[in-house]
Design a protein around this ligand. Structure first.
Ligand code: ADP
Ligand code: MG
Length: 265
C-alpha cells in the first residue's frame, strides 16, 4: 500500500508542482495518474522512490515512512518504468535486465558482469514473459525498436519482484497498438505478483481501459479520484478545462502516430 499524506512540492523557483495531495493506493491496485502536461504526475511518482524530496507531507509504503533512514531499504521494493526506457544502449539486453538487481548487488559485481545463475535464469524467464526471444539476449539494447526496448524495461523492473511499480508515461513514445501490448504486460506482470502500479498517462482511452482507478490531476491537485465508470465525459472535460490539443509527439516505433497529448494552456 502506498499512502500520500498532505504531500506538497514547491520547486526552488517557486513552482508549486504538488499541492496538498492525500491518497491511499491499496496493494495490487493499478492506479492511473491522468492529467495534462505539467499537472505534477512525474513529481508525484518520483516522491515514491525518493527521487523527489517533498517540501511538506509524507509518503508511506506499507506504513513505513520514506525518509533518509528508510530510503535504501524501501527503494529495493519499488521499481520504475520510464517513458524513454532509460536502457544503457551499448549494453546487451541481458545486462540491462540484470541491472534491475543493482539496488541489491554490489557495483563491483555488476561491473564485472558476474551474476548468479539463478539471476540469469530469472532474466531469461522475464524476457520470455514480455515476448522477447532468446536471440534478443545478446543484442545491443539501443538496436531494438521502441516497443522492444520498453519490454526490456518491464523485464528489468520485475527483476526484484517489486511491491510497487512506478510507470511514468510508459507508452508516451509508442504507437497505440504497441501501447496496449505494453500496458497489458505491465498490468499482467503486476497482477501475478499482487504488485501495486502507479502509472501516469495522458491518454484518456488507455486510462479508462487499464486503470482499476483513475486519479485526475491538474495544477498539482487531485481533481478526480474514482473508477473508470465514474470518469464520465463531463469529468474528462472538467479535468482538461482550459486545456488545448497540441501536436502529437513523434513516434519512435514504425507505424501510426500516438494519440495527441493534452497540454495545459
Ligand atoms: P507532469 O509529469 O504531469 O507533466 P511534472 O511533475 O513534470 O508534471 O511537473 C509539474 C510542475 O513542476 C511543472 O510546472 C514543471 O514545470 C515543474 N517542475 C518539474 N520538475 C521541476 C524542477 N526540477 N525544477 C523546477 N520545476 C519543475
Ligand atoms: Mg511527466
Amino acid at each position: 500500500m502506498i499512502r500520500f499524506e498532505a504531500l506538497q512540492k514547491v520547486w526552488p523557483d517557486g513552482t508549486c508542482a504538488i499541492s496538498d495531495v492525500s491518497l491511499e493506493i491499496p496493494q495490487g491496485q493499478f492506479c492511473v495518474i491522468l492529467g495534462p502536461s505539467g499537472a505534477g504526475k512525474s513529481t508525484l511518482l518520483r516522491a515514491v522512490n525518493g527521487l523527489m524530496r517533498p517540501s511538506a507531507g509524507r509518503v508511506l509504503i506499507d506504513d513505513v515512512e520514506l525518509n533518509i533512514a528508510t530510503q535504501r531499504q524501501l527503494r529495493q521494493r519499488v521499481a520504475m518504468i520510464h517513458q524513454h526506457f532509460n536502457l544503457t544502449n551499448r549494453m546487451s539486453v541481458a545486462s540491462n535486465v540484470l541491472s534491475g538487481l543493482l539496488p541489491t548487488v554490489s557495483t563491483v559485481r555488476a561491473l564485472s558482469g558476474w551474476f548468479r545463475p539463478e539471476h540469469r535464469q530469472k532474466a531469461c524467464h522475464l524476457l520470455d514473459r514480455v515476448g522477447l526471444s532468446p536471440e534478443h539476449l545478446k543484442r545491443r539494447a539501443g538496436d531494438l525498436s521502441g516497443g522492444q526496448q520498453q519490454r526490456v524495461g518491464i523485464a528489468r523492473a520485475f527483476m526484484l519482484d517489486p511491491e510497487v511499480v512506478l510507470a511514468d508515461e510508459p507508452v508516451a513514445s509508442l504507437d497505440p497498438k504497441i501501447s496496449r501490448d505494453i500496458l497489458t504486460l505491465i498490468r499482467d506482470a503486476a497482477r501475478e505478483r499482487n504488485a501495486t502500479v502507479l502509472c501516469s498517462l495522458h491518454q484518456i482511452d488507455l486510462a479508462r481501459e487499464f486503470g482499476d482507478r483513475i486519479v485526475g490531476m491538474r495544477d498539482g491537485r487531485v481533481v478526480f479520484d474514482g473508477s473508470p465508470a465514474d470518469f464520465t465525459d463531463d469529468r474528462v472535460q472538467a479535468l482538461y478545462e482550459g486545456a488545448r490539443w497540441e501536436d502529437p509527439p513523434a513516434a519512435d516505433d514504425a507505424g501510426t502516430q500516438p494519440l495527441p497529448a493534452l497540454a495545459a494552456s
